[in-house]
Write a protein that binds this ligand. Structure first.
Ligand SMILES: *Cc1c(COP(=O)(O)O)cnc(C)c1O
Length: 417
């Protein structure tokens, strides 16, 4: 359920007509619904009622400070993958004790930053990383709380670029090596073993792969007990999918019940790292039709948002529903919705059947709240676009549109030129 709805043939976000926002702020822009964000977070968290749990929103899905502050206010934690996300998380108000840090390539400066901050745990992705964290913790006179990210070798049945828990992927440590990792970790003076972790992929639309991963983790927890290693946190990662087109992923309650049942009376605190399922359908990208043109066998609708604003269609061949902001009702067309960038991969949709639209009309690219703005770039020296948060009948600029001056900030022409 989300709060992007039509009233009198016009798209609203909560109680604000989308058209009104564009009249003030221009296009393209991202719009997030506060009510949807809040609802999705609550539904997900409540689904795990009765279980000792921490919901660590996956920052990389949407790092807007406004969005992060909301989840922090709702009692959430944060899953980060970089020093930059740690910085944002702290700025948004998260307690370090609710932050978990994943990622295969943590740099020394990032490790030090997290150690000084005192985060809840590092999710370790290689034995070499474990050694480095031990060394850095020693130098800083700290004890590093760690979990090992296990690669359980399960097929999440999703796009190969967002599959992360198969043997061939770079993520985690496979089960045999993970046991060895834990035994090493126990011997390291500045490491405190606290958890076990996995994250098998994204946009997963069935419970099976999660259950397979969980059963692998449970069996590891039992093996570790035999070695006298006690696991306090069981981190199941994120990855629950959403409906972009006609996918039918399990809802959070179904997902949570399956996990709860499988965990049974295992004495662990559960950590979850949902990203897309919380923010995906809480955001849209609004763009304006600049031009139309047709060839013998094709219609093109050229819009003012490009692959630099939303890369998912071209990067993952992802489907995003595209809807007119104001329905005028004059028949259908089949068109490629393309952006202004000088790349043939610059499209929002190909061969899309949709209501006829004309120059100047507004289109809403739906389900753009996750992996939207965060993956945007300044390619072609295009300005990064605003992020707006709507709450009830008001809207707030959570990020301003960039200006040309922002493009050259930090640049210097060498003096010999
Ligand atoms: C990306 C990521 C997530 C979130 O994935 P979603 O599919 O958006 O839920 C969680 N944990 C880790 C380690 C990730 O890299």
């Amino acid at each position: 359920m989300n709060h992007f709805i039509y009233r009198d043939n016009e798209l609203y976000c909560e109680n604000v007509p989308v058209r009104k926002i564009t009249e003030k702020i221009g296009t393209p822009l991202y719009i997030y619904s506060h009510a949807t964000l809040k609802r999705h977070f609550r539904v997900f968290s409540d689904a795990f009622k009765g279980v000792d749990r921490l919901i660590c929103f996956s920052a990389k899905a949407n790092t807007s400070l406004a969005v992060l502050r909301l989840f922090s206010n709702l009692g959430g934690g944060l899953d980060i993958v970089s020093g930059g996300e740690l910085y944002r998380g702290l700025k948004a108000g998260f307690s370090p004790r609710k932050i978990v840090y994943s990622g295969v390539g943590k740099r020394i400066d990032e490790i030090d930053y997290a150690l000084k901050t005192g985060i809840l745990m590092f999710n370790i992705e290689s034995l070499e990383e474990l050694e480095v964290i031990n060394k850095r913790a020693g130098l800083l006179k700290k004890k590093a709380p760690v979990a090992i990210r296990v690669n359980p070798d399960v097929d999440p049945k999703t796009h190969p670029y967002i599959s992360t828990g198969m043997k061939k992927n770079k993520f985690g440590i496979n089960t045999e090596f993970a046991i060895m990792g834990y035994r090493t970790a126990m011997r390291l003076a500045n490491i405190n073993v606290v958890g076990i972790d996995c994250h098998i992929g994204s946009q997963i639309t069935e419970t099976g792969p999660f259950m397979e991963a969980l059963s692998s983790l449970k069996s590891m927890i039992r093996d570790l007990m035999d070695y006298g290693i006690n696991i306090k946190y069981l981190d199941m990662g994120g990855g629950l999918g959403i409906t972009y087109d006609n996918e039918a992923p399990p809802d959070p309650v179904e997902y949570a019940n399956a996990i709860k049942e499988s965990i049974g009376d295992l004495k662990v605190k559960l950590i979850l790292e949902p990203g897309r399922v919380i923010v995906g359908n809480a955001g849209i990208l609004v763009t304006k039709v600049l031009y139309r043109k047709s060839t013998d066998d094709k219609e093109f609708v050229i819009v003012d948002a490009g692959m630099n604003d939303l890369v998912r269609p071209t990067l993952y061949k992802a489907f995003h529903a595209i809807k007119p902001v104001v329905i005028s009702g004059e028949g259908e067309m089949t068109a490629d919705i393309v952006g202004p960038i000088c790349e043939s991969g610059d499209f929002m949709a190909l061969g899309r059947i949709m209501p006829k639209v004309g120059q100047g009309e507004l289109l809403s690219v739906m389900s753009a709240g996750a992996y939207g703005f965060v993956m945007s770039s300044n390619y072609c020296s295009r300005l990064k676009i605003p992020e707006i948060m709507v709450k009830d009948d008001k809207f707030y600029v959570a990020r301003k549109r960039q200006k040309y001056e922002d493009l050259t900030r930090g640049e210097k022409i060498p003096s010999f030129l």
